[in-house]
Design a protein around this ligand. Structure first.
Ligand code: SF4
Ligand code: SF4
Ligand code: SF4
Length: 333
């Protein structure tokens, strides 16, 4: 299970030597329905005993885990934009029959509700509160939220460079680290085109300190026929788990629906088997360009050039040997 092709569309489990593997498993993360609740981050930590990674906010958004790392196998990104989502009109009421309802009074059972204030301060940094000055004054605004994770690449450079076999391809087509085999060399860290995998730092009483860590796609749960903890916990089904081929079809339908509804920038990321990593096992529906979410727009498996490099190195070595042999033979005449 230690081979891996360097490019082109393949079934990675078969490519790695599994005989008659099950259908490849993966994630389709539909960011258009993510509400930023972070249940996925919490479920991942709970199930996998991943330690906390800091409780401070960045000061720029509601993001406190900042990015993927050794102790953040799921990361929910929050991106704030002065833009509308599709045909959405921020702060504009269209149903006047509900315009004067005081939902707090109703929730408290106080019967006849008093008129609501003209606007509500949601703490958002807008020059004008939504709807405060009528329809013309509404300010386009949206949050983009995206639950990021290891992409479980078809061609995984982290796995290609691992000298101990600690990283391996599972029968489900996913990429998993074996803690007890990793020697902490760190070769996998710069090899990942997404900056996902990292060695854990911290007190020595954690057996995983110094060891490369990342999402396993809950390999232990998959083995028991269960879905990954993050997908199980997601209340909106933003994280969808299943057979990768079926997820790709579902994603095509969903992106077409969104474009039809006016969300013209809706796009899939990582679903194309012809891309630079042979397609991701965990792919995404984004509402803006990948760079907006901090994702590389055109990732390429970093070991792609290895066969050509080894070929040239072998040619150079052969040329040197031939030169040395000719020099030796010439000196004997
Ligand atoms: S995203 Fe990075 S860590 Fe995950 S499989 Fe791909 S190369 Fe490896
Ligand atoms: S699949 Fe499992 S390990 Fe990976 S992010 Fe989800 S909960 Fe964490
Ligand atoms: S992906 Fe699901 S669980 Fe995670 S933040 Fe979004 S809605 Fe919540």
């Amino acid at each position: 299970m230690d081979r891996n092709s360097f490019y082109g569309p393949v079934d990675p489990a078969r490519d790695a030597g599994w005989v008659d593997p099950p259908a490849r498993k993966g994630f389709f993360t539909d960011t258009s329905i993510c509400i930023g609740c972070k249940a996925c981050e919490v479920a991942c930590k709970e199930w996998n005993a991943v330690p906390e990674d800091g409780m401070s906010l960045t000061g720029m958004s509601y993001d406190n885990s900042v990015g993927l790392g050794a102790s953040t196998w799921r990361h929910v990104a929050f991106i704030e934009q002065p833009a509308s989502s599709g045909n959405q009109e921020s702060g504009v009421r269209h149903d006047e029959s509900h315009a004067n309802l005081d939902v707090l009074a109703l929730a408290g059972g106080q019967g006849d509700p008093s008129p609501p204030p003209a606007s509500v301060d949601l703490g958002m940094p807008l020059p004008t509160l939504p709807g405060a000055g009528g329809e013309d004054s509404s300010v386009p605004f949206r949050w983009l939220m995206e639950s990021d994770v290891c992409k479980h690449c078809t061609h995984a450079a982290c796995l290609d460079v691992c000298p101990t076999g600690a990283l391996f391809r599972t029968e489900f087509g996913t990429v998993v680290v074996q803690d007890d085999i990793c020697n902490g060399c760190g070769y996998c860290v710069p090899a990942c085109p997404y900056g996902v995998i990292e060695r854990r730092e911290g007190p020595k009483n954690d057996h995983a300190v110094g060891v490369a860590q990342k999402c396993t796609l809950c390999y232990d749960r998959l083995g028991e026929g269960m879905e990954p903890a993050c997908a199980k916990a997601c209340p909106t089904q933003s994280i969808q788990f299943g057979d990768l081929d079926e997820l790709r079809q579902r994603a095509d339908v969903r992106v077409a629906e969104l474009v039809e509804a006016g969300v013209v920038d809706a796009q899939l990321y990582g679903h194309d088997p012809a891309d630079g990593i042979g397609g991701a096992g965990a792919f995404f529906l984004l509402l803006d360009k990948p760079e907006v979410y901090g994702l590389p727009p055109d990732p390429v498996v970093t070991t792609r050039a290895l066969p050509a490099m080894w070929g040239r190195a072998a040619m150079a070595a052969g040329t040197m040997l031939a030169g040395a042999a000719m020099a030796f033979l010439g000196s004997r005449r």
